[in-house]
Design a protein around this ligand. Structure first.
Ligand SMILES: [Zn+2]
Length: 511
């Protein structure tokens, strides 16, 4: 058995190591392992990015390496827009996940470097400037595996054309730099691939200082070498990008970083679209980037999902090229394991129906419920009833309509942790006091119902996963709970408090 200090030293990484994640290949060919996260800053990280992030962090920690955060902020496109807030939100998401990175790099700071290599590739006759119409090129050249007229121009002509790209002589879409990947490549996407193009869009960081922008795969071909990245873990949708990179590395005879691909990951119950989220956030349909429908790290944190639940679910998937489809329930199940024992219990009733209860002995002024049913030593919490000491005044409790409908007239039921009552025969929801002992209801198989006292209940708003807001009432002690507390509304589910105002607002986590 390990002693306490040793257990502390056994970091979370070591704990994670027991899982089925193989060694990185060729680690000894490099001075140290360097890996990179390469998010395109179109929004915060969402659950679909978590695997890439967690795997990189895991391996860097395992090999005591270095992790770079490289913002892939090239100019993007009309569909893929750089979102300025993402430069803040992405690091926030990484911090939430416990990812430790050592250096932050912006692609938009490195344009001169990409230009330098563009000139060099042209001078080596490995690239040329093509001013053919894109549509014509696709139909007449790419599809027919036939080089265009530009590809036979001299280096001098190409350098002159390059200058015209930079100085504005060529309009947008007027010319592009193509890498000579070969017109006979069996993969049409690999035929003399475009590596730099003209865009006059304004960039949030560098404005309109540059009008020629690299494509991501070209920028990576250069940067993975320049930043001495040793291992690249990425989705297999980026195999083509990897081939372009390898082509560039071969031109320069650079040592190839190890390329490791994993299969697609689909979440059955989470629709992931950064562009849709961006639109809905801008239009105010979503409450912000922490709206549950964005599936951002911010939204998971708001819902009280423990980052280790996300990490474990992602690492358990391993590193295989096979496509996987999982449910968010995997993450929820991990979260329950991590947090159930520490989550305080509370009563919450959605849209309560108020029931008049007569005959409750006036000395009963509060109910006592366990803080956590599995841990009796944690004691009890008080639920003050706020009732009159006049026995003739009925006590009013709120229960859910569903519970009320399940009861039949004359049936004995129990308000959990308070007392037993008999439902009256009548149109209004009324009941009379029966007894206090829980056994009296157990022996007849009566229902035990969650409830809240009308006089002291606190209005609560619950934001559900689909963005719907459910209103109801919670027991009085919810007022004293701190923002950020992860709790369980008994029989409803787990939720996290994010606003202790009036009403108290919580984000639903899971059942
Ligand atoms: Zn051409």
């Amino acid at each position: 058995m390990m002693t306490a200090p040793e257990m502390l030293e056994a970091s979370s990484v070591a704990a994670e190591e027991s899982r089925n994640l193989s060694e990185l290949s060729n680690v000894d060919k490099w001075p140290k392992v360097v890996m990179r996260l390469a998010p395109f800053p179109s929004g915060p990280l969402h659950i679909g990015n978590a695997r890439m992030v967690v795997l990189n962090d895991y391996y860097v920690k395992r090999y005591n390496g270095e992790l770079l955060l490289v913002f892939d902020d090239t100019i993007g496109s009309a569909e893929k827009v750089v979102e300025p807030d993402a430069f803040e939100m992405i690091p926030e998401g990484l911090e939430y996940l416990g990812v430790e990175w050592h250096r932050t790099v912006y692609k938009s700071d490195r344009l001169e470097l990409f230009y330098k290599y563009a000139v060099d590739l042209i001078e080596r006759n490995e690239a040329y400037v093509c001013d053919c119409d894109a549509e014509v090129w696709r139909k007449e050249h790419k599809a027919k595996e036939k080089a265009c007229k530009c590809s036979i121009l001299s280096v001098e002509d190409n350098l002159a054309r390059w200058e015209k790209m930079l100085d504005g002589t060529y309009p947008e879409r007027g010319a592009a730099v193509r890498l000579r990947t070969g017109m006979a490549d069996p993969d049409p996407a690999m035929r003399d691939h475009v590596i730099l193009r003209i865009s006059e869009s304004e960039h949030p960081r560098v404005g309109t200082r540059y009008r020629v922008w690299p494509l991501l795969e070209y920028s990576w071909g250069i940067d993975d070498h320049e930043l001495v990245v040793t291992h690249i873990i990425r989705g297999k949708d980026l195999v083509k990008e990897g081939k372009i990179e390898q082509h560039i590395w071969n031109i320069y005879d650079w040592q190839h970083p190890e390329l490791i691909y994993y299969g697609r990951l689909k979440f059955q119950d989470a629709k992931l679209s950064k562009s849709k989220s961006r639109r809905e956030v801008l239009e105010g349909v979503y409450t912000g980037w922490d709206d549950p429908r964005t599936w951002s790290m911010q939204s998971l944190e708001k819902r009280g999902i423990h980052p280790d639940a996300v990490r474990k679910a992602m690492l358990d998937l391993g590193l295989s090229v096979v496509d996987i489809s999982i449910s968010m329930k995997t993450v929820y199940s991990e979260n329950r394991k991590l947090q159930d024992a520490s989550a305080p219990r509370m009563f919450f009733v959605e849209a309560p129906v108020w029931v008049e209860l007569t005959g409750l002995p006036p000395e009963i002024q509060e109910a006592e419920a366990p803080v956590h049913p599995d841990f009796p030593d944690r004691g009890v919490r008080q639920i003050p009833l706020g009732r009159s000491s006049d026995a003739a005044v009925p006590f009013v409790a709120g229960i859910s309509e569903r519970d009320l409908k399940r009861l039949t007239k004359g049936e004995i039921f129990r308000l959990k942790d308070l007392a037993n009552f008999t439902l009256k025969k009548g149109r209004r929801p009324e009941a009379t006091f029966h007894s206090v002992e829980v056994d009296n209801v157990r022996t007849v198989g009566g229902s035990i119902i969650h409830w809240i006292p009308r006089e002291t209940a606190v209005p609560v708003e619950v934001t559900m996963i689909d963005g719907a807001v459910v209103t109801g009432h919670g027991e009085p002690s919810i007022k004293n709970i701190e923002s950020g507390t992860f709790l369980q509304f008994e029989r409803v589910g787990f939720a996290c408090v994010f606003d202790v105002g009036d009403p108290v607002r919580v984000a639903f986590a899971h059942k």
